[in-house]
Design a protein around this ligand. Structure first.
Ligand code: NI
Length: 184
């Protein structure tokens, strides 16, 4: 496995609509995903999309820790299935449907926008589907942090970065200053 360079805000690869993957089970896709996993883990991310490693393809990976799922569920008053954690998931050629009209705002960061955080509105609940590395269809309902991370990563495939989703640019801050923000 190889650590990949992460593209940063301003590089055109992050603004491009990524291309569909022809064959999710190909060795090239497998190798790319392996390297994305290593790169995400090294950088301490909870998700990464292929354009963030300069590959303009409709692939992202993510996981949800129990701690993040439960703290967001508690804040929003959501009921979680099980402990709320989601294992490392690979989604190739994903699609999202938004469920309901409820929107929540929460802090997000992005490996392509280091040291910053922003408060971003996202749909509370979604249903998503996509192909795994084995070519099998994955289909899940998600809410809270799980839904947020999938919407964030999906946006990367359409060339959208989280500041473009923000409604109050004053809520784009340095991560080091988050303690000064109002608790929510
Ligand atoms: Ni991101």
């Amino acid at each position: 496995m190889t650590l990949l360079k992460i593209s940063k805000m301003g590089h055109p690869v992050l603004w491009r609509k990524a291309d569909p993957v022809d064959n999710p089970s190909s060795p090239d896709v497998y190798n790319l995903v392996e390297n994305m996993i290593e790169t995400m883990n090294d950088a301490g991310g909870t998700g990464i999309a292929a354009p963030q490693v300069y590959e303009s393809l409709r692939i992202f990976i993510f996981f949800v820790s129990k701690v993040r799922a439960q703290s967001e569920a508690q804040r929003l008053g959501l009921e979680l299935e099980g402990d709320g954690s989601v294992p490392l998931t690979v989604l190739i050629n994903p699609e999202i449907d938004f469920i309901g009209e409820e929107i929540d705002e929460s802090w997000e960061g992005c490996l392509s926008i280091p040291n910053l955080m922003g408060k971003v509105p996202r749909y509370r609940s979604i249903r998503y589907r996509g192909y795994g590395l084995d070519g099998k269809l994955i289909e899940r309902d998600a809410s809270g942090f799980h839904a947020r991370v999938v919407q964030h990563e999906y946006d990367h495939l359409d060339g959208i970065l989280y500041p473009e989703r923000m409604t109050d640019i004053r809520q784009l801050i340095f991560s080091s200053e988050v303690a000064h923000q109002k608790p929510d």
